[in-house]
Design a protein around this ligand. Structure first.
Ligand code: M6R
Length: 617
Protein backbone atom coordinates (compact mmCIF):
# COMPACT_ATOMS: atom_id res chain seq x y z
CA UNK A 1 0.00 0.00 0.00
CA UNK A 2 1.07 3.64 0.27
CA UNK A 3 4.73 4.37 0.91
CA UNK A 4 6.44 7.39 2.47
CA UNK A 5 9.99 8.56 1.94
CA UNK A 6 11.83 11.70 3.09
CA UNK A 7 15.33 13.17 3.05
CA UNK A 8 17.07 16.05 4.78
CA UNK A 9 20.82 16.59 4.48
CA UNK A 10 23.56 18.04 2.36
CA UNK A 11 23.02 16.24 -0.94
CA UNK A 12 20.31 16.63 -3.51
CA UNK A 13 17.24 14.87 -2.13
CA UNK A 14 15.78 13.95 -5.49
CA UNK A 15 17.80 10.85 -6.47
CA UNK A 16 17.30 9.36 -3.00
CA UNK A 17 13.56 10.07 -3.09
CA UNK A 18 13.16 8.41 -6.48
CA UNK A 19 15.25 5.40 -5.53
CA UNK A 20 13.28 5.06 -2.31
CA UNK A 21 9.98 5.21 -4.18
CA UNK A 22 11.26 2.56 -6.56
CA UNK A 23 12.13 0.29 -3.63
CA UNK A 24 8.57 0.64 -2.35
CA UNK A 25 6.90 -0.12 -5.68
CA UNK A 26 6.43 -3.74 -4.59
CA UNK A 27 3.96 -2.60 -1.95
CA UNK A 28 1.40 -1.80 -4.65
CA UNK A 29 0.51 1.72 -5.76
CA UNK A 30 -1.28 3.63 -8.47
CA UNK A 31 0.44 7.02 -8.42
CA UNK A 32 3.49 8.74 -7.00
CA UNK A 33 4.80 12.18 -6.18
CA UNK A 34 7.44 14.27 -4.45
CA UNK A 35 7.78 17.73 -2.88
CA UNK A 36 11.13 19.46 -2.66
CA UNK A 37 12.18 23.00 -1.73
CA UNK A 38 13.43 25.31 -4.43
CA UNK A 39 14.13 29.05 -3.95
CA UNK A 40 12.32 28.93 -0.60
CA UNK A 41 9.19 27.52 -2.18
CA UNK A 42 7.73 24.06 -2.16
CA UNK A 43 7.71 22.47 -5.58
CA UNK A 44 5.53 19.42 -6.02
CA UNK A 45 5.39 16.91 -8.86
CA UNK A 46 2.91 14.05 -8.93
CA UNK A 47 1.73 11.61 -11.50
CA UNK A 48 -0.88 8.92 -11.80
CA UNK A 49 0.42 5.52 -13.00
CA UNK A 50 3.80 3.89 -12.68
CA UNK A 51 6.79 5.68 -11.15
CA UNK A 52 8.18 5.96 -14.67
CA UNK A 53 5.57 8.68 -15.35
CA UNK A 54 6.88 10.77 -12.46
CA UNK A 55 10.48 10.20 -13.51
CA UNK A 56 9.64 11.35 -17.05
CA UNK A 57 8.10 14.55 -15.72
CA UNK A 58 11.14 15.22 -13.56
CA UNK A 59 13.58 14.45 -16.37
CA UNK A 60 13.21 17.94 -17.79
CA UNK A 61 13.75 19.57 -14.37
CA UNK A 62 17.52 19.18 -14.38
CA UNK A 63 18.11 22.33 -12.34
CA UNK A 64 15.97 21.06 -9.50
CA UNK A 65 18.28 20.72 -6.48
CA UNK A 66 17.00 20.57 -2.93
CA UNK A 67 18.50 19.27 0.29
CA UNK A 68 15.08 18.41 1.69
CA UNK A 69 12.19 16.49 0.23
CA UNK A 70 9.33 14.07 0.81
CA UNK A 71 7.85 11.49 -1.53
CA UNK A 72 4.97 9.05 -1.72
CA UNK A 73 3.52 6.10 -3.56
CA UNK A 74 -0.29 6.12 -3.28
CA UNK A 75 -2.73 3.21 -3.30
CA UNK A 76 -6.10 4.94 -3.74
CA UNK A 77 -8.62 4.85 -0.92
CA UNK A 78 -10.34 8.26 -0.95
CA UNK A 79 -10.78 9.37 -4.56
CA UNK A 80 -9.74 7.60 -7.72
CA UNK A 81 -6.11 7.35 -8.84
CA UNK A 82 -5.34 10.70 -10.52
CA UNK A 83 -2.59 13.33 -10.60
CA UNK A 84 -4.57 15.61 -8.28
CA UNK A 85 -5.38 12.91 -5.74
CA UNK A 86 -1.75 11.78 -5.60
CA UNK A 87 0.44 12.84 -2.69
CA UNK A 88 2.10 15.07 -1.56
CA UNK A 89 -0.83 17.38 -0.79
CA UNK A 90 0.01 21.05 -0.44
CA UNK A 91 -1.97 23.55 1.60
CA UNK A 92 -3.77 26.42 -0.11
CA UNK A 93 -1.08 28.86 0.97
CA UNK A 94 1.54 26.66 -0.69
CA UNK A 95 3.51 26.56 2.58
CA UNK A 96 2.83 23.08 3.88
CA UNK A 97 3.30 19.79 2.04
CA UNK A 98 2.19 16.45 3.46
CA UNK A 99 2.55 12.77 2.60
CA UNK A 100 0.27 10.37 4.46
CA UNK A 101 -0.29 6.66 4.89
CA UNK A 102 -3.51 5.55 6.60
CA UNK A 103 -7.03 6.95 6.73
CA UNK A 104 -8.34 10.09 8.43
CA UNK A 105 -11.75 8.92 9.59
CA UNK A 106 -13.16 12.32 10.54
CA UNK A 107 -11.93 14.11 7.44
CA UNK A 108 -15.41 15.17 6.30
CA UNK A 109 -16.19 17.15 9.46
CA UNK A 110 -12.69 18.67 9.42
CA UNK A 111 -13.11 19.56 5.76
CA UNK A 112 -16.45 21.26 6.46
CA UNK A 113 -14.85 23.22 9.27
CA UNK A 114 -11.99 24.35 7.03
CA UNK A 115 -14.33 25.23 4.15
CA UNK A 116 -16.20 27.50 6.56
CA UNK A 117 -12.88 29.13 7.35
CA UNK A 118 -12.38 29.86 3.65
CA UNK A 119 -10.17 26.94 2.61
CA UNK A 120 -10.70 25.55 -0.87
CA UNK A 121 -10.04 21.91 -1.64
CA UNK A 122 -8.93 20.52 -4.97
CA UNK A 123 -8.68 16.77 -4.32
CA UNK A 124 -11.06 14.05 -3.06
CA UNK A 125 -8.59 12.83 -0.48
CA UNK A 126 -8.61 12.75 3.28
CA UNK A 127 -4.95 13.79 3.27
CA UNK A 128 -5.52 17.25 1.83
CA UNK A 129 -7.43 18.02 5.04
CA UNK A 130 -4.25 17.37 7.03
CA UNK A 131 -2.21 19.83 4.94
CA UNK A 132 -4.90 22.52 5.22
CA UNK A 133 -5.41 21.95 8.94
CA UNK A 134 -1.69 22.32 9.67
CA UNK A 135 -1.79 25.50 7.59
CA UNK A 136 -4.79 26.72 9.64
CA UNK A 137 -2.96 26.14 12.93
CA UNK A 138 0.36 27.50 11.67
CA UNK A 139 1.58 30.72 13.23
CA UNK A 140 5.30 30.40 12.73
CA UNK A 141 5.86 27.18 14.69
CA UNK A 142 5.45 24.03 12.58
CA UNK A 143 5.81 21.62 15.50
CA UNK A 144 3.01 23.34 17.45
CA UNK A 145 0.79 23.39 14.34
CA UNK A 146 1.34 19.66 13.83
CA UNK A 147 0.68 18.90 17.51
CA UNK A 148 -2.61 20.81 17.35
CA UNK A 149 -3.53 19.11 14.09
CA UNK A 150 -2.98 15.56 15.32
CA UNK A 151 -5.11 16.25 18.35
CA UNK A 152 -7.97 16.92 15.89
CA UNK A 153 -7.39 13.79 13.79
CA UNK A 154 -9.15 10.46 14.15
CA UNK A 155 -7.96 7.37 12.29
CA UNK A 156 -4.57 6.07 11.33
CA UNK A 157 -1.73 8.14 10.00
CA UNK A 158 1.95 8.12 9.32
CA UNK A 159 2.84 11.61 8.11
CA UNK A 160 5.84 13.33 6.58
CA UNK A 161 5.52 17.12 6.60
CA UNK A 162 7.63 19.98 5.27
CA UNK A 163 7.05 23.73 5.46
CA UNK A 164 8.57 26.41 3.22
CA UNK A 165 8.98 28.79 6.19
CA UNK A 166 11.02 26.17 8.11
CA UNK A 167 13.18 24.52 5.46
CA UNK A 168 15.55 23.00 8.03
CA UNK A 169 13.22 20.22 9.16
CA UNK A 170 10.92 17.37 8.28
CA UNK A 171 8.25 16.51 10.81
CA UNK A 172 7.20 12.88 11.06
CA UNK A 173 4.17 11.54 12.91
CA UNK A 174 3.12 7.95 13.60
CA UNK A 175 -0.23 6.55 14.63
CA UNK A 176 -1.28 3.00 13.65
CA UNK A 177 0.78 3.08 10.48
CA UNK A 178 4.50 2.35 10.30
CA UNK A 179 7.16 5.04 10.12
CA UNK A 180 10.87 4.70 10.64
CA UNK A 181 13.69 7.19 10.79
CA UNK A 182 17.10 6.38 9.40
CA UNK A 183 20.34 8.13 10.11
CA UNK A 184 23.64 8.30 8.29
CA UNK A 185 25.83 5.35 9.03
CA UNK A 186 28.75 3.34 7.65
CA UNK A 187 30.16 4.77 4.43
CA UNK A 188 27.84 7.73 4.78
CA UNK A 189 28.73 8.59 8.35
CA UNK A 190 30.63 11.78 7.52
CA UNK A 191 27.53 13.33 6.04
CA UNK A 192 24.87 15.12 8.00
CA UNK A 193 21.70 13.54 6.74
CA UNK A 194 18.60 11.83 8.03
CA UNK A 195 15.74 10.03 6.36
CA UNK A 196 12.20 8.87 6.96
CA UNK A 197 10.36 5.96 5.38
CA UNK A 198 7.36 3.79 5.95
CA UNK A 199 9.29 0.74 4.80
CA UNK A 200 12.80 -0.31 5.65
CA UNK A 201 13.40 -1.41 2.06
CA UNK A 202 13.48 2.26 1.02
CA UNK A 203 16.18 3.12 3.55
CA UNK A 204 18.56 0.24 2.93
CA UNK A 205 19.96 2.21 0.00
CA UNK A 206 21.63 4.57 2.45
CA UNK A 207 21.55 3.11 5.90
CA UNK A 208 20.77 0.17 8.14
CA UNK A 209 20.74 2.35 11.25
CA UNK A 210 17.10 2.93 12.06
CA UNK A 211 14.80 4.21 14.78
CA UNK A 212 11.19 3.06 14.95
CA UNK A 213 8.94 5.97 15.82
CA UNK A 214 6.54 4.85 18.54
CA UNK A 215 2.76 5.25 18.57
CA UNK A 216 1.48 8.84 18.74
CA UNK A 217 4.97 10.31 18.79
CA UNK A 218 6.13 13.21 16.64
CA UNK A 219 9.72 13.60 15.43
CA UNK A 220 11.43 16.78 14.35
CA UNK A 221 14.17 15.73 11.97
CA UNK A 222 16.93 18.09 10.93
CA UNK A 223 20.01 17.19 8.95
CA UNK A 224 22.07 16.63 12.08
CA UNK A 225 19.51 16.05 14.83
CA UNK A 226 16.40 14.05 15.63
CA UNK A 227 14.15 14.97 18.54
CA UNK A 228 11.07 12.98 19.44
CA UNK A 229 8.03 14.37 21.30
CA UNK A 230 5.50 12.17 23.08
CA UNK A 231 1.82 13.17 23.24
CA UNK A 232 2.53 14.43 26.77
CA UNK A 233 5.21 16.67 25.23
CA UNK A 234 7.99 14.76 26.88
CA UNK A 235 11.16 15.08 24.81
CA UNK A 236 13.00 11.86 23.91
CA UNK A 237 16.49 11.48 22.56
CA UNK A 238 16.28 8.48 20.26
CA UNK A 239 20.06 7.91 20.06
CA UNK A 240 20.06 4.88 22.37
CA UNK A 241 17.09 3.32 20.60
CA UNK A 242 18.63 3.17 17.16
CA UNK A 243 19.09 -0.38 15.90
CA UNK A 244 20.89 -1.98 12.98
CA UNK A 245 18.47 -3.59 10.55
CA UNK A 246 19.36 -7.22 9.90
CA UNK A 247 18.39 -7.02 6.22
CA UNK A 248 20.72 -5.69 3.58
CA UNK A 249 20.23 -4.15 0.18
CA UNK A 250 21.51 -7.25 -1.67
CA UNK A 251 18.81 -9.43 -0.16
CA UNK A 252 16.22 -7.01 -1.48
CA UNK A 253 17.38 -7.38 -5.11
CA UNK A 254 16.18 -9.80 -7.78
CA UNK A 255 19.58 -11.44 -8.28
CA UNK A 256 19.57 -13.42 -11.53
CA UNK A 257 15.86 -14.04 -11.50
CA UNK A 258 13.32 -12.44 -13.76
CA UNK A 259 10.85 -12.06 -10.90
CA UNK A 260 11.00 -11.75 -7.14
CA UNK A 261 8.34 -14.45 -6.84
CA UNK A 262 10.58 -17.10 -8.41
CA UNK A 263 13.61 -15.87 -6.47
CA UNK A 264 11.63 -16.19 -3.25
CA UNK A 265 10.28 -19.63 -4.18
CA UNK A 266 13.86 -20.77 -4.79
CA UNK A 267 15.05 -19.30 -1.47
CA UNK A 268 12.77 -21.57 0.54
CA UNK A 269 15.24 -24.34 1.38
CA UNK A 270 17.62 -21.73 2.78
CA UNK A 271 15.12 -19.70 4.80
CA UNK A 272 13.46 -22.81 6.20
CA UNK A 273 16.79 -24.12 7.27
CA UNK A 274 17.55 -20.74 8.90
CA UNK A 275 14.19 -20.73 10.67
CA UNK A 276 14.76 -24.24 11.98
CA UNK A 277 18.33 -23.73 13.09
CA UNK A 278 17.41 -20.53 14.90
CA UNK A 279 14.98 -22.47 17.10
CA UNK A 280 16.39 -26.00 17.25
CA UNK A 281 19.82 -26.37 18.76
CA UNK A 282 21.45 -29.76 19.38
CA UNK A 283 18.17 -31.51 18.80
CA UNK A 284 16.34 -29.35 21.33
CA UNK A 285 13.77 -26.69 20.73
CA UNK A 286 14.42 -23.38 22.37
CA UNK A 287 12.60 -20.09 22.21
CA UNK A 288 15.19 -18.17 24.17
CA UNK A 289 13.63 -14.74 24.09
CA UNK A 290 10.03 -15.75 24.44
CA UNK A 291 9.80 -15.48 28.23
CA UNK A 292 6.56 -17.41 28.33
CA UNK A 293 5.94 -19.11 31.65
CA UNK A 294 5.28 -22.84 31.92
CA UNK A 295 2.39 -22.05 34.22
CA UNK A 296 0.71 -19.91 31.58
CA UNK A 297 1.26 -22.57 28.91
CA UNK A 298 -0.27 -25.27 31.10
CA UNK A 299 -3.43 -23.23 31.56
CA UNK A 300 -4.17 -22.58 27.89
CA UNK A 301 -7.70 -23.84 27.27
CA UNK A 302 -8.17 -22.69 23.70
CA UNK A 303 -6.17 -21.21 20.85
CA UNK A 304 -7.36 -18.74 18.27
CA UNK A 305 -5.27 -18.24 15.15
CA UNK A 306 -6.08 -14.86 13.64
CA UNK A 307 -4.69 -13.59 10.34
CA UNK A 308 -5.50 -12.55 6.76
CA UNK A 309 -4.90 -14.13 3.36
CA UNK A 310 -2.04 -16.59 3.14
CA UNK A 311 -1.17 -16.08 6.79
CA UNK A 312 -4.68 -17.30 7.65
CA UNK A 313 -4.10 -20.27 5.33
CA UNK A 314 -0.96 -21.08 7.33
CA UNK A 315 -3.25 -20.91 10.37
CA UNK A 316 -5.52 -23.56 8.82
CA UNK A 317 -2.55 -25.91 8.69
CA UNK A 318 -1.77 -24.87 12.26
CA UNK A 319 -5.22 -25.93 13.45
CA UNK A 320 -4.71 -29.53 12.27
CA UNK A 321 -1.21 -29.73 13.73
CA UNK A 322 -2.02 -28.21 17.12
CA UNK A 323 -5.23 -30.17 17.59
CA UNK A 324 -3.47 -33.40 16.61
CA UNK A 325 -0.32 -32.92 18.68
CA UNK A 326 -1.65 -30.97 21.63
CA UNK A 327 -5.36 -31.79 21.83
CA UNK A 328 -6.11 -28.13 22.47
CA UNK A 329 -9.11 -26.78 20.53
CA UNK A 330 -8.14 -24.28 17.87
CA UNK A 331 -10.26 -21.80 15.96
CA UNK A 332 -8.91 -20.06 12.88
CA UNK A 333 -10.51 -16.69 12.19
CA UNK A 334 -9.95 -14.14 9.50
CA UNK A 335 -8.81 -11.03 11.32
CA UNK A 336 -11.39 -8.87 9.53
CA UNK A 337 -14.15 -11.08 11.01
CA UNK A 338 -12.60 -11.69 14.40
CA UNK A 339 -12.40 -7.99 15.20
CA UNK A 340 -16.18 -7.54 14.89
CA UNK A 341 -17.55 -10.86 16.09
CA UNK A 342 -17.32 -10.53 19.86
CA UNK A 343 -14.91 -13.48 20.10
CA UNK A 344 -15.10 -15.76 23.10
CA UNK A 345 -11.69 -15.18 24.60
CA UNK A 346 -10.46 -14.89 28.14
CA UNK A 347 -7.17 -15.08 29.97
CA UNK A 348 -6.79 -18.79 29.28
CA UNK A 349 -7.05 -18.20 25.52
CA UNK A 350 -3.88 -17.86 23.53
CA UNK A 351 -4.39 -15.77 20.41
CA UNK A 352 -1.78 -16.43 17.73
CA UNK A 353 -1.58 -13.62 15.19
CA UNK A 354 0.30 -14.50 12.00
CA UNK A 355 1.56 -11.78 9.68
CA UNK A 356 4.46 -11.42 7.28
CA UNK A 357 4.46 -7.62 7.32
CA UNK A 358 3.36 -7.19 10.91
CA UNK A 359 1.35 -4.18 9.74
CA UNK A 360 -1.88 -5.65 8.36
CA UNK A 361 -4.59 -3.32 9.67
CA UNK A 362 -7.22 -6.01 10.34
CA UNK A 363 -4.74 -8.30 12.09
CA UNK A 364 -3.54 -5.42 14.26
CA UNK A 365 -7.10 -4.45 15.16
CA UNK A 366 -7.97 -8.08 15.97
CA UNK A 367 -4.88 -8.30 18.18
CA UNK A 368 -6.01 -5.20 20.10
CA UNK A 369 -9.53 -6.56 20.48
CA UNK A 370 -8.27 -9.88 21.83
CA UNK A 371 -5.93 -8.10 24.22
CA UNK A 372 -8.79 -5.95 25.48
CA UNK A 373 -10.72 -9.13 26.30
CA UNK A 374 -7.84 -10.42 28.39
CA UNK A 375 -6.15 -12.88 26.02
CA UNK A 376 -2.39 -13.14 25.63
CA UNK A 377 -1.04 -12.60 22.14
CA UNK A 378 1.70 -14.58 20.49
CA UNK A 379 2.59 -13.25 17.08
CA UNK A 380 4.48 -14.93 14.25
CA UNK A 381 5.92 -12.07 12.24
CA UNK A 382 8.57 -11.56 9.58
CA UNK A 383 9.28 -7.84 9.92
CA UNK A 384 11.15 -6.94 13.07
CA UNK A 385 9.78 -4.12 15.17
CA UNK A 386 6.52 -3.99 13.19
CA UNK A 387 3.32 -2.87 14.93
CA UNK A 388 2.00 -6.40 15.46
CA UNK A 389 5.33 -7.51 16.90
CA UNK A 390 5.45 -4.46 19.16
CA UNK A 391 2.00 -4.92 20.58
CA UNK A 392 2.18 -8.68 21.19
CA UNK A 393 2.96 -10.30 24.52
CA UNK A 394 5.23 -12.79 22.79
CA UNK A 395 6.82 -12.63 19.34
CA UNK A 396 8.42 -15.32 17.22
CA UNK A 397 10.17 -14.01 14.14
CA UNK A 398 10.34 -15.98 10.94
CA UNK A 399 13.68 -15.81 9.17
CA UNK A 400 12.30 -15.33 5.66
CA UNK A 401 14.26 -12.13 4.99
CA UNK A 402 12.69 -9.42 2.84
CA UNK A 403 9.77 -10.67 0.79
CA UNK A 404 9.09 -8.38 -2.15
CA UNK A 405 6.67 -10.25 -4.43
CA UNK A 406 3.12 -9.42 -3.42
CA UNK A 407 2.25 -13.12 -3.49
CA UNK A 408 3.83 -14.62 -0.43
CA UNK A 409 5.78 -17.88 -0.76
CA UNK A 410 8.80 -18.06 1.51
CA UNK A 411 7.14 -16.20 4.39
CA UNK A 412 4.18 -18.63 4.30
CA UNK A 413 6.63 -21.56 4.37
CA UNK A 414 8.49 -20.08 7.34
CA UNK A 415 5.18 -19.53 9.14
CA UNK A 416 4.40 -23.25 8.75
CA UNK A 417 7.80 -24.11 10.22
CA UNK A 418 7.26 -21.89 13.22
CA UNK A 419 3.85 -23.46 13.79
CA UNK A 420 5.42 -26.95 13.75
CA UNK A 421 8.24 -25.97 16.10
CA UNK A 422 6.01 -24.06 18.50
CA UNK A 423 3.59 -27.00 18.65
CA UNK A 424 6.45 -29.35 19.51
CA UNK A 425 7.75 -26.86 22.08
CA UNK A 426 4.32 -26.77 23.68
CA UNK A 427 4.02 -30.58 23.56
CA UNK A 428 7.27 -30.74 25.45
CA UNK A 429 6.21 -28.17 28.06
CA UNK A 430 2.90 -29.96 28.57
CA UNK A 431 4.67 -33.30 28.86
CA UNK A 432 2.49 -34.93 26.25
CA UNK A 433 5.11 -36.30 23.89
CA UNK A 434 7.68 -38.90 24.67
CA UNK A 435 11.28 -38.29 23.73
CA UNK A 436 11.38 -40.79 20.86
CA UNK A 437 8.41 -39.14 19.14
CA UNK A 438 9.98 -35.76 19.76
CA UNK A 439 13.23 -36.87 18.11
CA UNK A 440 11.32 -38.37 15.21
CA UNK A 441 9.52 -35.07 14.56
CA UNK A 442 12.67 -32.99 14.94
CA UNK A 443 14.58 -35.22 12.50
CA UNK A 444 11.81 -35.01 9.96
CA UNK A 445 11.74 -31.24 10.29
CA UNK A 446 15.46 -31.13 9.63
CA UNK A 447 14.98 -32.98 6.33
CA UNK A 448 12.39 -30.56 4.93
CA UNK A 449 14.88 -28.21 3.26
CA UNK A 450 16.47 -30.97 1.18
CA UNK A 451 13.10 -32.30 0.15
CA UNK A 452 11.96 -28.86 -0.96
CA UNK A 453 15.17 -28.57 -2.95
CA UNK A 454 14.31 -31.86 -4.68
CA UNK A 455 10.96 -30.41 -5.75
CA UNK A 456 12.50 -27.16 -6.95
CA UNK A 457 14.89 -29.08 -9.19
CA UNK A 458 11.86 -30.43 -11.04
CA UNK A 459 10.18 -27.09 -11.60
CA UNK A 460 10.27 -27.42 -15.41
CA UNK A 461 7.93 -30.43 -15.13
CA UNK A 462 5.39 -28.17 -13.49
CA UNK A 463 5.94 -25.51 -16.14
CA UNK A 464 4.96 -28.08 -18.79
CA UNK A 465 1.75 -28.82 -16.90
CA UNK A 466 1.04 -25.08 -16.55
CA UNK A 467 1.41 -24.74 -20.35
CA UNK A 468 -1.43 -27.22 -20.87
CA UNK A 469 -3.85 -25.33 -18.64
CA UNK A 470 -2.82 -21.72 -19.08
CA UNK A 471 -5.95 -20.82 -21.02
CA UNK A 472 -8.37 -22.37 -18.56
CA UNK A 473 -10.81 -19.85 -17.17
CA UNK A 474 -11.15 -21.51 -13.80
CA UNK A 475 -9.79 -24.27 -11.60
CA UNK A 476 -10.80 -26.19 -8.50
CA UNK A 477 -8.38 -27.30 -5.83
CA UNK A 478 -9.52 -30.26 -3.77
CA UNK A 479 -8.06 -32.10 -0.80
CA UNK A 480 -8.97 -33.41 2.63
CA UNK A 481 -7.84 -32.22 6.08
CA UNK A 482 -4.26 -30.90 5.86
CA UNK A 483 -4.38 -31.19 2.07
CA UNK A 484 -7.51 -29.05 2.04
CA UNK A 485 -5.68 -26.40 4.08
CA UNK A 486 -2.86 -26.38 1.51
CA UNK A 487 -5.40 -26.25 -1.33
CA UNK A 488 -6.70 -23.00 0.17
CA UNK A 489 -3.23 -21.54 -0.23
CA UNK A 490 -2.70 -23.06 -3.69
CA UNK A 491 -5.98 -21.60 -4.89
CA UNK A 492 -5.21 -18.14 -3.48
CA UNK A 493 -1.78 -18.19 -5.10
CA UNK A 494 -3.13 -19.19 -8.52
CA UNK A 495 -5.88 -16.59 -8.62
CA UNK A 496 -3.84 -13.69 -7.27
CA UNK A 497 -0.96 -13.98 -9.72
CA UNK A 498 -2.48 -15.56 -12.86
CA UNK A 499 -6.05 -14.19 -12.58
CA UNK A 500 -7.42 -17.70 -13.26
CA UNK A 501 -10.49 -17.92 -11.08
CA UNK A 502 -10.01 -20.76 -8.66
CA UNK A 503 -11.74 -22.14 -5.59
CA UNK A 504 -10.56 -24.61 -2.99
CA UNK A 505 -12.97 -27.20 -1.63
CA UNK A 506 -12.78 -29.94 0.91
CA UNK A 507 -13.10 -32.89 -1.47
CA UNK A 508 -16.06 -34.30 0.45
CA UNK A 509 -17.99 -31.09 -0.15
CA UNK A 510 -18.03 -31.29 -3.95
CA UNK A 511 -21.26 -33.26 -4.04
CA UNK A 512 -22.98 -30.63 -1.95
CA UNK A 513 -23.00 -28.03 -4.70
CA UNK A 514 -19.77 -27.23 -6.55
CA UNK A 515 -19.83 -30.40 -8.67
CA UNK A 516 -22.54 -28.75 -10.76
CA UNK A 517 -19.79 -26.53 -12.19
CA UNK A 518 -17.71 -29.42 -13.48
CA UNK A 519 -17.93 -29.84 -17.24
CA UNK A 520 -15.72 -30.99 -20.10
CA UNK A 521 -12.20 -29.65 -19.61
CA UNK A 522 -12.68 -28.15 -16.11
CA UNK A 523 -9.33 -28.22 -14.34
CA UNK A 524 -9.37 -29.99 -10.97
CA UNK A 525 -6.12 -29.83 -9.04
CA UNK A 526 -6.06 -32.53 -6.40
CA UNK A 527 -3.74 -32.93 -3.46
CA UNK A 528 -3.34 -36.43 -2.01
CA UNK A 529 -0.69 -36.68 0.67
CA UNK A 530 -2.73 -38.18 3.52
CA UNK A 531 -2.37 -41.94 3.04
CA UNK A 532 -5.42 -42.89 5.03
CA UNK A 533 -7.60 -40.61 2.92
CA UNK A 534 -6.11 -41.56 -0.43
CA UNK A 535 -8.92 -43.91 -1.51
CA UNK A 536 -11.59 -41.41 -0.48
CA UNK A 537 -9.86 -38.82 -2.63
CA UNK A 538 -9.69 -41.20 -5.57
CA UNK A 539 -13.47 -41.70 -5.32
CA UNK A 540 -13.93 -37.93 -5.47
CA UNK A 541 -11.65 -37.77 -8.49
CA UNK A 542 -13.71 -40.46 -10.24
CA UNK A 543 -16.80 -38.33 -9.74
CA UNK A 544 -15.24 -35.28 -11.43
CA UNK A 545 -13.56 -37.37 -14.12
CA UNK A 546 -16.93 -38.88 -15.02
CA UNK A 547 -18.14 -35.33 -15.67
CA UNK A 548 -15.29 -34.42 -18.00
CA UNK A 549 -12.78 -32.80 -15.61
CA UNK A 550 -9.05 -32.75 -16.35
CA UNK A 551 -7.12 -33.78 -13.27
CA UNK A 552 -3.74 -32.53 -12.16
CA UNK A 553 -2.75 -34.52 -9.07
CA UNK A 554 0.01 -33.83 -6.57
CA UNK A 555 0.88 -36.87 -4.49
CA UNK A 556 3.73 -39.15 -3.43
CA UNK A 557 5.37 -41.84 -5.54
CA UNK A 558 3.85 -44.66 -3.41
CA UNK A 559 0.53 -43.89 -5.03
CA UNK A 560 1.83 -44.03 -8.59
CA UNK A 561 -0.12 -47.05 -9.69
CA UNK A 562 -3.56 -45.89 -8.60
CA UNK A 563 -3.18 -42.22 -9.44
CA UNK A 564 -1.90 -42.88 -12.97
CA UNK A 565 -5.17 -44.59 -13.78
CA UNK A 566 -7.17 -41.45 -13.20
CA UNK A 567 -5.08 -38.27 -13.34
CA UNK A 568 -4.15 -36.49 -16.58
CA UNK A 569 -1.05 -34.94 -15.05
CA UNK A 570 0.82 -35.90 -11.93
CA UNK A 571 3.58 -34.34 -9.90
CA UNK A 572 5.24 -36.45 -7.23
CA UNK A 573 6.55 -34.90 -4.04
CA UNK A 574 8.92 -36.65 -1.62
CA UNK A 575 7.49 -38.62 1.29
CA UNK A 576 7.39 -37.03 4.70
CA UNK A 577 5.41 -37.27 7.93
CA UNK A 578 1.83 -36.43 7.04
CA UNK A 579 1.91 -33.54 9.55
CA UNK A 580 4.74 -31.82 7.68
CA UNK A 581 3.49 -32.57 4.17
CA UNK A 582 2.11 -29.01 3.72
CA UNK A 583 5.67 -27.68 3.56
CA UNK A 584 6.28 -29.89 0.53
CA UNK A 585 2.90 -29.91 -1.17
CA UNK A 586 2.58 -26.14 -1.30
CA UNK A 587 5.74 -25.82 -3.42
CA UNK A 588 4.33 -27.30 -6.68
CA UNK A 589 1.29 -25.04 -6.26
CA UNK A 590 3.52 -21.96 -5.93
CA UNK A 591 5.48 -22.99 -9.03
CA UNK A 592 2.32 -23.80 -11.01
CA UNK A 593 0.90 -20.37 -10.12
CA UNK A 594 4.12 -18.65 -11.11
CA UNK A 595 4.31 -20.32 -14.53
CA UNK A 596 0.59 -19.87 -15.18
CA UNK A 597 1.04 -16.14 -14.56
CA UNK A 598 4.19 -16.01 -16.68
CA UNK A 599 2.52 -17.77 -19.61
CA UNK A 600 -0.46 -15.43 -19.35
CA UNK A 601 1.80 -12.33 -19.33
CA UNK A 602 0.64 -11.20 -15.91
CA UNK A 603 2.49 -8.71 -13.76
CA UNK A 604 3.75 -11.48 -11.48
CA UNK A 605 5.37 -9.48 -8.70
CA UNK A 606 2.73 -6.77 -8.60
CA UNK A 607 -0.64 -8.28 -9.47
CA UNK A 608 -3.33 -5.76 -10.31
CA UNK A 609 -5.16 -4.07 -7.42
CA UNK A 610 -3.05 -5.81 -4.77
CA UNK A 611 -0.74 -4.39 -2.15
CA UNK A 612 1.98 -6.20 -0.25
CA UNK A 613 1.09 -4.78 3.08
CA UNK A 614 -2.58 -3.98 3.63
CA UNK A 615 -2.45 -1.15 6.12
CA UNK A 616 -6.06 -0.01 5.74
CA UNK A 617 -9.17 -1.85 6.83
O1 M6R B 1 1.52 -9.19 5.91
P1 M6R B 1 0.47 -10.21 6.22
O2 M6R B 1 1.01 -11.59 6.30
O3 M6R B 1 -0.36 -9.86 7.42
O4 M6R B 1 -0.50 -10.18 4.96
C1 M6R B 1 -1.67 -10.95 4.94
C2 M6R B 1 -2.23 -11.02 3.54
O5 M6R B 1 -2.50 -9.75 3.05
C3 M6R B 1 -1.26 -11.73 2.57
O6 M6R B 1 -0.93 -13.01 3.01
C4 M6R B 1 -1.89 -11.83 1.17
O7 M6R B 1 -2.99 -12.69 1.19
C5 M6R B 1 -0.87 -12.26 0.13
N1 M6R B 1 -1.03 -11.47 -1.06
C6 M6R B 1 -1.01 -13.66 -0.30
O8 M6R B 1 -0.04 -14.02 -1.24
Amino acid sequence: MCGIIGYIGEDNALPFLLEGLEKMEYRGYDSSGISVMSENKIKTYKKCGRLEALKNTLASENTLVSSIGIGHTRWATHGKPSDINSHPHVSQSGKISVVHNGIIENYISLKNFLVEKGYKFISDTDTEVVAQLIDFHYDGDLLKAVQKTVSDLEGSYALGIICSDEPDKIIAVKKDSPLIIGTNYGENKDKSENYIASDIMALLLRTRKIYRLQENNIAVIKKNSIVVYTPEEKILNPEKDFELANWDIESSGKGNYEHFMMKEIMEQPEVISKTLTSKIKNGEISFEHLNISDEYLKNISKIYIVACGSAANAGLVGRYIIEKLLKIPVEVELASEFRYKEPLVDKTTLVIVISQSGETADSLAALREAKKQGAKILSIVNVRGSSIANESDYVIYTSAGPEIAVATTKAYSCQLCIIYIFSLFLADKLNIMDSSDMSKYINKLASLSDKIQEILLKKEQIMEIAKKYKDNKYAFFIGRTLDYAVCMEGSLKLKEVSYIHSEAYAAGELKHGPISLIENGTLVIALLTQDKLFDKMVSNLREVKARGAKIFAVTTIDHKEKISQIADDIFYIPNSLSEFSPSLSVIPFQIFSYYSALLRNCDIDKPRNLAKSVTVE
